[in-house]
Design a protein around this ligand. Structure first.
Ligand code: ATP
Ligand code: MG
Length: 291
């Protein structure tokens, strides 16, 4: 299977169950795919350098997933070759009271990448249609009735529309948005939680709230389905990446990040002819220095 098999651009009907959490027949190609991942990481670093120099477009890569799907590890691995000056990583946790007193994009917009840079969002504004939908947070918001007095479906349909419009706005203003859902199975999550409990070095990664959210698995899958189906577009697609095998997940994420950077077609700025001639003068000056 190729990256495009995991890409959803909103053109057809979406069914999350059509997207596997594990792909058969990849084990035989593991060596070859690991080599390709390393090559992709090197190419990402090279393109990021050009993007930074060109500075006419930016890339926002956001990760959404259930707990223990591997967001942190994937970000660390796939972005490992990148010059830290060209990338910012933000984690979005539960909103503060100040953030809750504003619209849900308020804390987001100032973190979108300036042209030339890459931003990684570890969770994102999609939480406002995921955890917010699962826990019916819309019923708790302190907002005027005209904003919240409606059924849940209508409330979140409006949010999908706002997100879609916002991403189109970003795209039209020079920022490409790549949306990645790390699609882990419920069984694999259980295995990883047990490992976090059994391994003292991993205890810190486990929290009791992980178990509470796991109990709402089906509600989360429904919220993910609706969010993906209603916000994917040709310009800002979703990638639904099988996450049960970490090495394969990282391979596909490296492909998605590489594609986004290739789509930017970044070039090192060309020096005007006149300035290039000056360079030759400077070169002669340096070569003729006496001390
Ligand atoms: P890890 O567990 O791997 O350290 P994490 O991303 O799960 O990383 P946590 O601190 O465990 O980080 O959880 C952050 C929590 O914040 C998540 O449960 C998420 O659903 C919640 N959250 C993020 N954004 C919002 C939001 N806009 N509204 C409500 N809850 C949110
Ligand atoms: Mg967590």
């Amino acid at each position: 299977m190729k990256l495009k098999d995991f890409r959803y651009d909103g053109e057809k009907k979406f069914k999350l169950s059509d997207y596997p959490t594990e792909v058969k027949g990849i084990k035989e190609h593991k060596e070859e795919l690991l080599k390709k991942t390393a090559e992709n990481i090197a190419k990402i670093a090279e393109l990021q350098d050009r993007l930074y120099a060109d500075a006419n477009e930016s890339v926002l890569i956001l990760f959404q997933a259930m707990d223990a799907a591997g967001k942190d590890g994937t970000i660390k691995h796939v972005m490992s070759g990148i010059n830290p000056q060209g990338v910012d990583v933000y984690s979005f946790k539960q909103p503060s009271s100040d953030e809750l007193a504003h619209d849900f994009m308020w804390r987001i917009h100032s973190r979108t990448p300036q042209r030339g840079k890459i931003a990684i969002f570890n969770r994102s504004y999609y939480e406002d249609v995921l955890v917010a939908r699962v826990h019916k947070l819309n019923k708790q918001y302190h907002m005027a009735d005209r904003c919240i007095a409606m059924d849940t479906g209508t409330f979140f349909s409006k949010r999908y529309k706002h997100i879609k419009n916002y991403e189109e706005f970003l795209f039209d203003n020079g920022c490409r948005v790549v949306k990645i859902f790390l699609n882990v199975s419920k069984d694999e999550q259980k295995r990883r939680f047990l490992e976090r409990i059994d391994n003292p070095a991993k205890n810190w990664k486990f929290s009791s709230s992980d178990i509470k959210e796991r109990a709402l698995w089906d509600d989360y899958m429904n919220a993910y389905s609706l969010a993906i189906e209603n916000t994917a577009t040709k310009d800002c697609p979703w990638y639904i990446i099988p996450a049960d095998k970490k090495w394969y997940m990282r391979h596909l994420v490296s492909e998605a990040v590489l594609k986004a950077l290739q789509d930017c077609k970044p070039h090192y700025p060309k020096m005007p002819k006149k300035e290039k001639l000056h360079l030759l003068d400077y070169k002669a000056m340096l070569e003729n220095e006496t001390d």
